[in-house]
Design a binder for this molecule. Structure first.
Ligand SMILES: *Cc1c(COP(=O)(O)O)cnc(C)c1O
Length: 464
């Protein structure tokens, strides 16, 4: 592509993006497409010869955009929202242009060092200890898998050389019934095995029960198994419940286990001092994950993994072949030594743009507003005789249900989502179908939340 052609289409694309961001409600939040529609609309064979850019962009608008679920839509209140604001998009564009690869310090010094600087800022904003080491991964699932690998390295260094089958230790991971599936998936991926993940029961507010954890640990130790790691969650995926991290940290210390905290969603709220209560004890963890691509308004993908013990991570992963040996001194971190991937894209650039453009105070203020609107909605649900709240609402996600059958709640969800104005998700709590409404998009206003509640009430009419 000639520079002139790039310039022309570049302007056109930026104009399109500006219009898209200006009117996120132009499209229904959930597309009206069926599985296979996109595949059927596209040719089965790739083009033998190049096609004009005009044609490609026209097809993008005609075939791709209408088949998107619009995460930038202010009515996106399913799962946990994720925003792609202007500064983040500009950062991604420039990262693509520079195409830096941060495998070694030398292969892109700025990729490595900007990551250290931005994650240092975030660590301080979150009130985490100043000696913690941070690195960026694609997702929380990858971050948690790395926590499990470090925990295994600490618990049984022989696994490094001989694999899990070559050593005698039966390593066990502990996490609550409400924790994210990524904990089990990570354990499967690294060969710990699902049967060696203990799902600890929770209390009435969906928090891990330390007494049950202790009981399970005692049994495993009596039967000569070896506790390796406990994963506590601050802000669980279903209800955003907060595990009692201080008590879990005490137990982890007593049993010599690695403590990993999954704060993928709620960790962002740590930048607001008034929510720090929920993170008590996190400074005693060995590692913690937070996803700026959830509630810090950062485009997919950007998950941050912090650890107080980068030496263990490095011991687990440093395997330097001769062609990658460099001698750039002790300040030069080679990020390939701390994780599975060799190549690493320049994710820190978008984070730097976002942090500088908004500043901590404005980011914190948006999170604060989301929590305030969720509390307001929770109070309205409590006051409505047709509805009930299904869990406490510590942050910006509200779990509630129509006081009726599971079928009626499923139908309500289907009707509300078919409106194209909002997208809610569901979960199951205490055996009952529950609606999950989470506020977290930068474009969402109080009016959108009120409109969602209006739609929910309107559609909760099962008389006919
Ligand atoms: C969303 C979520 C995850 C998984 O996040 P990915 O980045 O998509 O892997 C893990 N844990 C919790 C608590 C989450 O909310």
């Amino acid at each position: 592509m000639l520079p002139e052609e790039f310039r022309r289409f570049g302007h056109e694309v930026v104009d399109w993006i500006a219009g898209y961001l200006q009117h996120p409600e132009r499209y229904p939040v959930l597309p009206k497409v069926s599985p296979g529609d996109v595949i059927d609309a596209l040719p089965p064979q790739g083009p033998e010869n190049g096609e004009p850019m005009e044609q490609i962009l026209a097809d993008f608008q005609k075939l791709i955009v209408p088949a998107m679920t619009h995460w930038n839509h202010p009515g996106f209140m399913a799962y946990f929202a994720n925003t792609s604001p202007g500064p983040g998009i500009l950062g991604e564009m420039l990262a693509a242009a520079l195409n830096g690869n941060g495998m070694l310090w030398k292969t892109s010094p700025a990729v490595t060092e900007l990551e250290q600087v931005t994650l240092g800022w975030l660590r301080d904003w979150m009130g985490l200890p100043s000696d913690w080491f941070g690195m960026i991964h694609d997702t929380a699932s990858t971050s948690t898998m790395h926590a499990l690998i470090a925990a295994r390295e600490a618990a049984d260094p022989d696994v490094h050389s001989y694999g899990g089958w070559g050593t005698s230790k039966n390593l066990i991971v502990y996490t609550s019934e409400q924790s994210h599936s990524s904990v089990e998936k990570g354990a499967i991926a690294i060969g710990i095995g699902q049967e060696n993940v203990r799902r600890i029961p929770v209390d009435a507010e969906f928090r891990m029960r330390p007494d049950a954890l202790e009981q399970m640990l005692r049994r495993d130790c009596d039967e000569s198994r070896h506790p390796m790691c406990v994963v506590a969650t601050v802000g669980t995926t279903s209800t955003t419940s907060v595990d009692p991290v201080p008590a879990i940290a005490d137990i982890a210390k007593r049993y010599g286990m690695w403590l990993h905290v999954d704060a993928a969603y709620a960790g962002s709220a740590m930048i607001c001092p008034e929510f720090r209560w929920a993170f008590e004890g996190c400074d005693r963890a060995d590692s913690l994950v937070v996803n700026p691509h959830k509630w810090l308004f950062t485009p997919m993908d950007l998950s941050v993994f912090y650890t107080r013990r980068p030496d263990v991570l490095r011991r687990a992963f440093s395997l330097v072949p001769e062609y990658l040996r460099t001698d750039d001194g002790s300040r030069a971190a080679n990020m390939m030594d701390f994780g599975v991937p060799l190549g690493r894209r320049f994710r820190a650039l978008k984070l730097w743009f976002i942090f500088r453009y908004y500043g901590r105070e404005a980011l914190a203020d948006m999170i604060r507003k989301h929590v305030a609107w969720a509390q307001e909605l929770a109070a309205m649900i409590d006051a409505d005789p047709d509805f009930e709240r299904s869990a406490p609402t510590p942050f910006s996600a509200v779990c509630f249900r129509y006081r009726g059958s599971d079928e009626q709640n499923a139908l309500l969800l289907e009707r509300v989502n078919a409106s194209g104005e909002v997208f809610l998700s569901h979960t199951v709590l205490c055996g009952k179908t529950v609606l999950h409404l989470a506020i977290g998009n930068m474009a969402t206003t109080r009016a959108h939340v009120m409109r969602a509640w209006e739609l929910i009430r309107q559609h909760a009419d099962f008389s006919s």
